[in-house]
Design a protein around this ligand. Sequence first.
Ligand code: ZN
Length: 107
Amino acid sequence: MRMKQIHVAKHAPEAHLVKGFLESNGIAAVVRGEFLTSGWGELPLDVCGVWIEDERQYDRAQALLVAFLNGDIAREMRSRNWRCPQCGEQQEGQFTACWKCGAPRPA
Ligand SMILES: [Zn+2]
């Protein structure tokens, strides 16, 4: 089996969150790069990678991860954004009327 990097986390807690999520879906994962050993001693890194142990699971792992990382944001966007029934323009949630043609937001 060959390992493959699946995610670059901004910090260790995120990396471990991703690792835990993947493992809960039956994908063995490890966190790497929390510390970089240099000649000057151990330097903590802000960036660390999450690797899956079997690269054959990469596609599935990535699909799961994208859904996981985007889920809350995407759900919120879908509930807030709306489309103008008159001109079809995409609107952001804070608008109560179409910025393009002025049609009111449908109830
Ligand atoms: Zn419109």
